[in-house]
Write a new protein. Structure first.
Length: 538
């Protein structure tokens, strides 16, 4: 018998149809995945199940949880179910947690709001459930705050909140998208263990088919509010009867045509760089201890070379990146770009700063939503001693937009008018507009759908060939790093443990840590091509 049974669910918001006749079911102990691109209706299906839909929503059909039709319940009745019978893990743990409350208080809140037990017993349960998700009391006391934890640790707290009352159904909405490969593997193993040990039903929402292939019992492929294909996960991925399923599969293993590197002289030189941060005092009169985030790091990037930087959260990637960009000084060593120091006389060297640009992970969060695209992509002009104006400025804007596959008339629009992939193209246009010597891509494709990600990778490859682009590509997605770089730096605990050509790193890793990263990365199954492989494109 199904624990959750959704039948012919249609959902409209202010008259716009979002979900179109969705039908799916989950049994206890079963993992069902919803996959598809942004806007396909995956998250809205979960929100409808939780009763978390916006005002102006009209729903038809039925969502049966056991024998109860959730669509007939009042808000107080749904509040009684949420957390107690149905738990939810959201995509971004930092926004799901209250920054001014301790992790213990937030896990206890779920318990106390349902009057499930006394405060003392709730504290014991909070401690037990945090231990269960891999946050032991000796290292993670209840008094810790979210900002004191890494991304993977915060996600564990969110999972602890969701399972504190041992719900019968757990909904996980992109729970591993922003996590590094080893942390992602740990979270996925944790979810599988919870399903097996507590006989819980799990609805997994993700756009990552590699994650789905090893996790889900049943796979639902969604597009434009409809389920296009549904069945046992292995069967769906093996047969791929719908063209859209095959497109997602092919995009997931897409490799950009990077071309041969035109490496010449050394552009960026990092020599014996170390960076320390002060820790809280351990005694009243003692000196403050120091934490060394980067330890004697040395490497060069040649002009025209495409270099990847990989490692787990907390390994020092971001600290090293800030030092390269001249945003923070270093205690030891030196960094030069084209022979000039990045940091000079206690200040960032502006001559060097204008030769570097960065593309961030979140293309929407890195823009001011009140400004039009023309102003957004010309922000780097403030670094120039004589920025272009008038017709020259308009030409520079049009050229930058054309270089990333957008139209000159897009300059007059606001950023909310674009999709996620288009926003990332605008972010790249902003980085290109002053023709920098080096671009740093900081997790620039990790939040994108697989098909959009493939388009951005192809764009980067085209720009590399057309402009001789030199870049440092930082990512936790090893499959992306493999297709878009010539050389890979592997970083662990502040040190570069391996620095070799990309193909050598992946085909013959020398360091055990590199091997652990590769082994932890989810892999798509290598199915034999079926006889109906030549399906029409959409």
């Amino acid at each position: 018998m199904s624990l959750l049974d959704i039948r012919d669910l249609t959902l409209s918001i202010h008259g716009k149809e979002i979900l179109k006749g969705i039908s799916l079911s989950l049994a206890e102990g079963e993992i069902v995945a919803l996959t598809g691109e942004s806007g396909s209706g995956k998250s809205m299906t979960a929100f409808a199940t939780m009763g978390l839909v916006p005002k102006g929503t009209e729903m038809r059909g039925a969502i049966h949880f056991g024998k109860t039709n959730l669509l007939t319940l009042t808000e107080p009745q749904m509040c009684d179910l949420r957390g107690r019978e149905i738990g939810m893990v959201f995509q971004e743990p930092m926004t799901a947690l209250n920054p001014v409350q301790t992790i213990g208080a937030q896990v206890m809140e779920t318990i106390l709001v349902h009057d499930a037990m006394t405060p003392a017993r709730a504290e014991e349960r909070a401690r037990d459930v945090l231990d269960r998700v891999g946050l032991p009391s000796d290292r993670f006391p209840l008094g810790r705050y979210p900002h004191e934890l890494s991304g993977g640790q915060r996600q564990r707290v969110v999972i602890a909140m969701a399972i504190a009352l041992r719900p019968r159904l757990l909904i996980a909405d992109e729970p591993t998208t922003a996590l590094d490969v080893t942390t992602q593997a740990q979270i996925l193993d944790l979810l599988k263990d919870l399903v097996r040990e507590q006989n819980m039903a799990l609805m997994m929402i993700t756009h990552d088919l590699a994650v789905v292939s090893d996790l889900a019992d049943t796979l639902n492929v969604m597009r434009h509010g409809e389920i296009l294909e549904c069945g046992p996960t292995g069967q769906v991925l093996r047969e791929m009867r719908h063209p859209y399923t095959r497109q997602l599969f092919e995009a997931s293993r897409h490799e950009a045509n990077l071309g041969a590197a035109k490496a010449d002289d050394v552009l960026l030189s990092v020599q014996d760089v170390s960076r320390d941060y002060p820790l809280p005092r351990t005694s009243l009169f003692g000196s403050r201890p120091q934490f060394r985030a980067v330890k004697q790091v040395s490497f060069d990037i040649k002009r025209g070379e495409r270099v990847g930087l990989v490692g787990e959260s907390g390994c020092g990637k971001s600290t090293l990146t800030r030092a390269i960009l001249g945003l923070e000084p270093v205690q030891e060593g030196h960094i030069t770009l084209d022979g000039d120091p990045v940091w000079q006389d206690g200040h960032a060297n502006l001559t060097v700063r204008r030769k570097m640009q960065v593309v961030f992970q979140d293309p929407y969060g890195s823009f001011n939503p009140r400004h039009r695209v023309a102003r957004l992509i010309t922000e780097p002009f403030h670094l120039l001693p004589d920025p272009p104006s008038g017709a020259k400025r308009d030409t520079a804007i049009a050229d930058a937009l054309a270089a990333v596959g957008l139209r000159p008339e897009d300059a007059d629009k606001h950023i909310h008018a674009f999709s996620g992939g288009q926003r990332q193209r605008i972010a790249i246009a902003r980085a290109l507009i002053i023709r920098p010597e080096l671009i740093v891509f900081d997790e620039a494709v990790s939040a994108l759908d697989v098909r959009v990600r493939a388009q951005i990778l192809d764009l980067m490859a085209d720009l590399s060939r057309d402009y001789g682009l030199t870049y440092l590509f930082i990512s936790h997605d090893l499959s992306v790093v493999r297709s878009i770089t010539d050389r890979v730096l592997v970083m662990r605990a502040g040190e570069i443990v391996e620095d070799r050509p990309t193909s050598d790193i992946f085909d013959n890793p020398r360091h055990p840590y590199t091997r652990s990263l590769i082994d932890a990365a989810p892999q798509l199954p290598d199915f034999q091509e079926t006889q109906d492989a030549a399906l029409p494109a959409l």
